[in-house]
Ligand binder design. Structure first.
Ligand code: AMP
Length: 425
């Protein structure tokens, strides 16, 4: 809240932003491209509530900062514990289970697009309300499916025209691999306990993998030197991962194995991946999207023991990447016409024409303030309309319209039929 004289001027909450029309249009174009791609890959949109029962996110096994520290929790008037969704996957899985989508077929392919909320420290590319586009392929455990989700991410990046983007993949292995890895990590970190932040001290026992991507500690040299999950893959997990990589190769996907990659959520197992922007000056928040395979999320949320794989992209970060690479996805479309009248008495007639032209699907406008001819002309010029349609008494009498081409500056009197033809009908 800001004081302007004695008047209070409201301001948006910290970490949020207004999307004004000239920006919204860019997001719409991005969304359209995404939706087209979803059709090609056979994903269908799901829209789940923005808030869920807190238990959907606050699960015993989920100890990530995002869930334990950054959620917006509140009680409603019925004393229910609710949480604004901090991410898309858990809500989608809740809906998948509740609506028994698993009963229909082996594989369910869903996508979502909408706002998420995290109480984070805002900075470039990091907000408290941000938009994600994400996909979930649920019901099947398959290295081929994991590879397809990565391939889809690659396709998205390429079809948007982004070039300076890298796909990183890794495997966290199966439960057996992760348990061995966790044990080794706990032993490794124990002597460094004093050098770790308070949360990470706790994590040594509870979940040492989280130490590797702790925002406070992750760049410390001894963390950099810690063993990687890749080093502890069981034979089966290694084979699964090798299959994923060979499928990626056969699909011609450009990727790099990053043995250190772990993802910020605890439900991942086996394949994990990130899409990273390597654009100069992009800033620290350069992960455009991240995802992976999950083995027990469906059963944790009350469903059958089924796997899933998914990825979520930050829409703001995709937009930042497009801007950084000077890519425009939309063509600015100017209106077809602007109607100008010589005096107020003709306004009624002009409104009739306006309605008719709009009914035909032409884009255009009129002045609603009874401005002078000069004033209307200014509006017409500012609107960037292709044709200015001028109506005076003479035109009304003759049943004609004066049409001025704003580009060639030529002008002629035409019938309605000829006008429609000119506009493109
Ligand atoms: P996550 O759900 O944390 O795996 O994040 C997936 C993607 O969402 C990230 O790669 C970012 O592009 C985006 N993202 C996550 N948190 C934020 C945030 N606070 N502000 C903007 N984008 C975010």
């Amino acid at each position: 809240m800001k004081l302007k004289g004695s008047i209070i001027m409201e301001q948006k909450p910290k970490g949020t932003y207004d999307l004004l029309p000239n920006e919204t249009i860019k997001y719409q174009a991005l969304e359209e491209q995404i939706r087209e791609l979803m059709k090609i890959y056979g994903y269908f949109e799901i829209r789940t509530p923005i808030f869920e029962h807190s238990s959907v996110f606050h699960r015993k096994t989920e100890l990530s900062d995002m869930v334990t520290k950054e959620t917006y929790n509140f009680k409603d008037k019925g004393d229910r514990d609710l949480t604004l969704r901090p991410e898309g996957t858990a809500g989608v899985i809740r809906a998948y289970v509740e609506n028994k989508l698993y009963a229909n077929q082996g594989l369910t392919k869903l996508y979502y697009l909408g706002p998420n909320f995290r109480y984070e420290r805002p900075q470039k590319g990091r907000f408290r309300q941000f938009y994600q586009f994400g996909i979930e392929a649920i019901g099947v455990k398959s290295s081929s499916l994991d590879a397809e989700v990565i391939a889809l991410s690659y396709k998205l990046i390429r079809s948007l025209g982004l070039k300076q983007v890298k796909i990183k993949v890794n495997s966290l292995g199966d439960i057996a691999s992760r348990n061995t890895y966790k044990e080794k990590l706990s032993t490794y970190f124990e002597p460094y306990k004093e050098d770790l932040c308070e949360d990470c001290q706790r994590r040594i026992k509870e979940n040492p993998i989280r130490i590797l991507d702790c925002k406070i500690d992750r760049d410390k040299p001894f963390i950099q030197k810690a063993a990687t999950p890749y080093d502890f893959l069981s034979v089966e997990a290694k084979q699964y991962f090798d299959e994923v990589l060979s499928y990626l190769d056969s699909m011609g996907i450009d990727y790099a194995v990053d043995k250190k990659l772990v993802r910020g959520l605890d439900y991942y197992g086996h394949t994990v991946f990130e899409v990273e922007a390597n654009i100069k000056g992009f800033g620290a928040q350069n992960v455009l999207g991240g995802g992976g395979h999950y083995e027990h999320l469906v059963s944790e949320l009350g469903g059958p023991d089924l796997d899933g794989v998914g990825i979520a992209f930050g829409m703001e970060r995709l937009m930042m990447a497009l801007d950084s690479e000077n890519i425009e996805l939309y063509d600015e479309v100017n209106p077809d016409f602007f109607i100008i009248t010589f005096d107020k008495t003709i306004h009624q007639k002009a409104l009739g024409l306006l309605t008719k032209l709009r009914d035909y699907g032409f884009k255009g406008d009129i002045d609603h303030e009874a401005k002078s001819f000069k004033g209307q002309l200014k509006l017409a010029v500012n609107s960037k309309a292709k044709y200015f349609i001028i109506i005076g008494e003479e035109e009304v009498e003759q049943g004609l319209f004066t049409v001025k081409d704003s580009i060639t500056q030529t002008q002629e009197k035409v019938t309605l039929e000829a006008l429609l033809k000119k506009l493109g009908k």
